[in-house]
Ligand binder design. Structure first.
Ligand code: AMP
Ligand code: GLY
Length: 438
């Protein structure tokens, strides 16, 4: 049974935070939360090679799945709010454990995290809530899946039901390719994540990410963001976790965002409540803007990475209190979140071999940067015993910059990347091509 503490009369003091996770997303969250007035200490666990470079941030060696370790730390250090970044601890119920221990946690429990952890569950919820999404068939046996394909006689999108680190989706071009993807999934390509599949109708249109900060009943929407999933310029090559982003994405204007609120996010939160789920965290709606309106491609139970890095510099000083109010179920008590009106650009640098087999252990050289409209968020980095910065993951750094126009923002981000170096560094030069003229 989900633990739910009584609603406070006003927001409690908020000085010390813990951000759980070690990617660029968590680095950006820690940076943005530390900037909020009154917040004087932000712990990050496990963090990365850049955590200690953030003023007022401290690193901790506790695993993101170690609920007991996290609870003990929060008690010892009087942590006022825990923000959980990645999906794995959320799906594993770490937020539930921390809430049961009396902590304020931004991040859904294992029940709500099924929005991301089970595509079949999310599809069912969308059906119940009348939320626009592609037609689908949930299947758990090979003959059943092939029978659906045989009946429909058209290519389908094949999705592993469970968490597959963003790699469990095949957008098949032909019936034969659909059948091959189904066979591979049932042969174990995605491990247990592929024991059940969701087959989906293929939709057409540009994609955009929308984030709703939720307190279980109410929500605040962030500006829409545009991700770039493919590894190579021209949107070619394999899918990745995301090679760059920008916000606000003009694809969705204020009216479009309100349509997404009315047709997607409000009904989703209602459908969650109808199942008895108090969703206190961010709902990430991956949308396709089709000829007949926005449709949900996927839900995630966390911020997007690198969308989060792009968005955080636009967040006003109320961010920490807004997340706290979401955690406590009282968003109506929080100050309104101000959003800076600027264009924010983000470029990811990846390691050689990413996404299949990223190489690790190369020395990363960085130049100091004092441009206040530029942020370098570390992701797959670590420090060795001598304090040298080394690559330690697929996506190594995210360079973010803001300006009045996207042309200027991207120029600023790319200029900074000229001072970054490590062996095999790769990044796309065309991030933001949709909104750039130069
Ligand atoms: P997902 O992991 O569900 O976001 O899917 C990865 C990518 O596959 C998405 O970003 C889309 O580009 C594509 N995709 C997923 N579902 C569909 C669909 N129903 N129609 C067309 N493309 C899709
Ligand atoms: N950037 C896509 C994701 O975080 O899933």
């Amino acid at each position: 049974m989900a633990h739910s503490s009584p609603r406070p009369q006003s927001l409690p003091p908020l000085h010390r935070l813990l951000v759980v996770g070690g990617g660029g997303r968590e680095q950006a969250l820690a940076w943005a939360l530390r900037r909020c007035p009154g917040v004087n200490e932000v712990w990050v666990t496990p963090g990365n090679g850049g955590t200690l470079d953030l003023e007022g941030c401290r690193a901790l060696g506790i695993s993101e799945l170690d609920a007991d370790g996290l609870i003990a730390h929060c008690r010892d250090h009087a942590i006022d709010l825990v923000v959980i970044g990645p999906e794995a601890p959320l799906a594993a119920g770490v937020a539930d454990r921390l809430r049961e221990a009396g902590l304020a946690v931004f991040g859904p429990g294992a029940d709500g995290a099924q929005l991301e952890a089970s595509k079949a569950w999310a599809k069912q919820l969308m059906q119940e809530g009348g939320i626009p999404t592609a037609g689908h068939w949930a299947v758990s046996e090979l003959p059943e899946a092939l029978a659906v394909l045989d009946r429909l006689q058209r290519p389908l999108v094949v999705k592993a039901d469970g968490l597959a680190a963003g790699k469990g989706v095949t957008v098949a071009e032909t019936i034969e390719a659909t059948a091959a993807a189904i066979q591979e999934a049932f042969a174990g390509r995605f491990g247990s994540a592929g024991e059940r599949l969701v087959l989906e109708e293929r939709l057409q249109g540009p994609e955009v990410s929308v984030f709703a900060l939720c307190d279980g009943e109410r929500m605040v929407l962030l500006p829409p963001a545009q991700d770039h999933k493919r590894l190579l310029e021209g949107d070619r090559g394999p899918n990745t976790g995301g090679m760059g982003a920008y916000a606000p994405a003009p694809l969705l204007d204020a009216a479009g965002l309100e349509q997404v609120r009315a047709q997607v996010l409000t009904p989703t939160l209602r459908a969650l409540r109808n199942r008895g789920i108090q969703y206190r965290g961010v709902i990430y709606a991956g949308l396709m803007l089709t000829a007949t309106g926005p449709q949900v491609i996927e839900f995630n139970c966390r911020f997007g990475d690198p969308e989060c890095q792009t968005l955080m510099p636009l967040m006003g000083p109320e961010l920490a209190q807004v997340l706290q109010a979401c955690a406590l179920g009282c968003l109506d008590l929080a100050p309104a979140l101000t959003i800076t009106e600027a264009c924010s650009a983000c470029v990811v640098t990846a390691a050689e071999g990413y996404p299949d087999a990223p190489k690790k252990g190369d020395v990363v050289l960085l130049a100091p940067d004092d441009d206040p409209q530029r942020q370098l968020f570390h992701a797959g980095t670590r420090r060795d015993q001598d304090g040298r910065l080394l690559t330690s993951g697929g996506r190594v750094l995210t360079q973010v910059a803001q300006a009045d126009t996207f042309d200027q923002a991207f120029a600023r981000a790319y200029q900074a990347l000229e001072t970054v170096d490590y062996r095999g560094m790769q990044y796309r030069r065309d991030i933001g091509h949709q909104v750039r003229r130069s």
